[in-house]
Design a protein around this ligand. Structure first.
Ligand code: NAD
Length: 553
């Protein structure tokens, strides 16, 4: 039993009806810690202090998931190695994006922890890869169940940390649990092939094997969902993991990992490092003990990660940014299209890789579409996570300055501001930005090709199908494109010609389809880790050829 899972031995699973008192829990925890302590004395003292505060936090959560995230000051260890949570002396502040106020601290990992985390993952790798796939699937199912049971609390943690409305975070948590449940069912269905032979004395087959130790580095915008999307296939396939969540919003990832421990994940199988990417992330992805790197984040960091992985020729999967167009033809059903298009750029304040950040409209309907989009944008209600309105703030000051700077530059370059562009009134130090629409006539304007990652929509017109394709394919990105038309032939022609890993027709993204891969073309990355192919991405294929010797008699 290690400290991480001790929390659960004492607390019980959060949703259980019978809850011992806090004093009882803490006394029991301290006793078990004394008997099982493995850390040097000084560090254990820090650990106990942190853990005591953390117990207060979980206690409050157990009583009311919302109260905790509002009132409790979080003082959280950021390092999980071999089942032990610790925190270094360096701390990162946790800021509520809606108020700019600190509500917690995270004790970050040290660069020396990278070696220890990789070593722990290596030590656990052989045993974990030899567990039966059904056992691993069952564990993921239990983990998914715990996520569903705790969805309100997890949603509150993610919502406050990222600044998104509570119901949006709740949906992300439900998707995270669903990804785990989906992948759990595939764990024991991953097979190779038996191959035809030229002569009967030959036998040939392939098997899929885990890589070993996987490094997973994630961004802050949808932390629970992306954790599930990468951890589920990595672990189900029999890999062990060193996970580095973003330093900007790691809280829900820590909570998810605690639930994985509660579900029975053995120590060392999943290790966590929390801290600044240029230090920890860079050291992790270039570590000689890492067998596979999975990175989700910006193009700029993706380039650095690829260079780091190249040092030891480590296989890599990259999921990067986007500049996804909604393409609206004259026969589109605007009653369906317009609300969806507006949601696609205001959800998570536009801070989604697949945000519908470009609106391409046939010139015959531009007036109608423009009016309807602006009317809907004007109705978007902004609020803090617990007000649970339509859109929250941007995640932090850096992000606010970056997005505002892009809008200012676009206006200098000749774009026309149709709505928004500024801070809303009465929101103090919150990082809010009004939903913004820029009409852009210059097809070569930088704002057309640049990922903004904020609630900023650019509007352009096209003359015919070929022109629409020319615009849609005219950026470096290739993540998602949505086609709005009721002409099935046109929809299929567009789907064939669009250079993007995902094409949606009369809907946005993968709503309604189970197991759709989250694919990427061009600078948006490669090797999707999601959907029905995900388990393959976290395995490699071994080919075996055998000559049968001897004879029957
Ligand atoms: P980011 O690239 O700044 O950071 C991502 C992660 O990389 C963080 O954990 C960070 O600490 C770490 N990191 C930073 N420097 C590093 C280095 N030198 N070596 C290794 N790791 C390093 O991205 P972000 O701001 O956290 O997230 C926003 C970006 O993520 C956007 O571009 C968005 O489009 C993209 N994103 C892509 C997907 C997808 O599936 N394609 C999903 C979500 C977000």
């Amino acid at each position: 039993m290690q400290y991480g899972s001790l929390l659960y031995e004492i607390l019980g699973r959060p949703a259980r009806a019978r809850r011992p008192t806090h004093a009882w829990r803490y006394a029991r925890f301290a006793k078990i810690c004394r008997s099982r302590r493995r850390e040097p004395a000084a560090e254990s003292a820090t650990l106990l202090r942190i853990t005591r505060e953390r117990l207060d936090w979980w206690n409050a959560l157990a009583d009311d998931p919302y109260v905790t995230t509002i009132d409790a000051v979080i003082d959280q260890p950021g390092t999980l190695i071999d089942g032990i949570w610790t925190g270094g002396d360096e701390v990162l502040s946790t800021i509520d994006p809606a108020t700019g106020e600190e509500y917690g601290r995270i004790h970050t990992s040290r660069t020396s922890d990278v070696d220890r985390a990789v070593a722990a993952a290596r030590a656990a790798a052989r045993d974990w890869s030899r567990t039966s796939p059904s056992e691993r699937g069952a564990l993921l199912s239990r983990w998914a169940q715990l996520i569903f049971e705790n969805q309100e609390r997890l949603a509150a943690i993610e919502a406050r940390n990222v600044g998104k409305p509570l119901s949006a975070a709740r949906m992300n948590i439900i998707i995270a649990g669903s990804i785990l449940a989906y992948t759990a069912g595939g764990a024991d269905k991953l097979t190779g092939a038996t191959l035809p032979v030229r002569q009967p004395e030959f036998f040939g087959y392939t098997v899929r094997e885990p890589y070993g130790v996987c490094a997973i580095v994630l961004p802050w915008n949808v932390p629970a969902l992306l954790s599930a999307a990468n951890l589920a296939p990595a672990l189900a396939a029999g890999n062990t993991v060193v996970l580095k969540p973003s330093e900007v919003a790691p809280l829900v990832v820590h909570a998810l990992v605690e639930l994985a421990e509660a579900a029975g994940l053995p120590p060392g199988v999943l290790n966590v490092l929390t801290g600044v990417g240029a230090d920890l992330g860079a050291a992790l992805v270039s570590h000689p003990g890492v067998d596979h790197v999975s990175f989700v984040g910006s193009v700029a960091t993706g380039r650095l990660v690829m260079q780091g992985a190249a040092r030891h020729l480590t296989p890599i999967k990259l999921e990067l940014g986007g500049k996804s167009p909604n393409i609206v033809f004259p026969d589109a059903d605007l009653d369906v299209a317009i609300p969806t298009i507006v949601r696609s750029i205001t959800e998570n304040a536009g801070q989604n890789c697949n945000a519908g950040s470009r609106l391409l409209v046939h010139r015959s309907i531009i007036g109608e579409v423009r009016d309807q989009v602006l009317a809907r944008m004007a109705d978007i209600r902004l609020g803090a996570w617990d007000e649970d309105l339509d859109m929250g703030p941007l995640v932090n000051t850096v992000q606010h300055q970056r997005v505002s700077g892009i809008v200012d530059a676009a206006l200098r370059d000749g774009a026309e501001l149709l709505i928004g562009g500024g801070r809303p009134q009465g929101r103090g130090a919150g990082h809010f930005l009004e939903p913004t629409v820029l009409e852009v006539a210059d097809r070569g304007a930088p704002v057309i090709g640049q990922e903004i990652f904020g609630p900023v929509l650019t509007l352009e017109t096209f003359s015919d199908e070929a022109d629409a394709l020319h615009l849609a394919n005219g950026t470096d990105f290739g993540l998602l494109a949505c086609v709005w038309t009721q002409d099935v032939s046109r929809a299929l022609r567009m789907a064939a010609e669009i250079q993007a890993g995902q094409v949606s027709v009369n809907q946005f993204a993968d709503a309604g389809v189970i197991g759709l891969p989250f694919n990427m073309y061009k600078a948006s990355g490669f090797s999707s880790g999601n959907g029905y192919r995900a388990l393959y991405e976290f395995t490699r294929e071994k080919a075996v050829a055998v000559k049968l010797l001897g004879s029957r008699d």
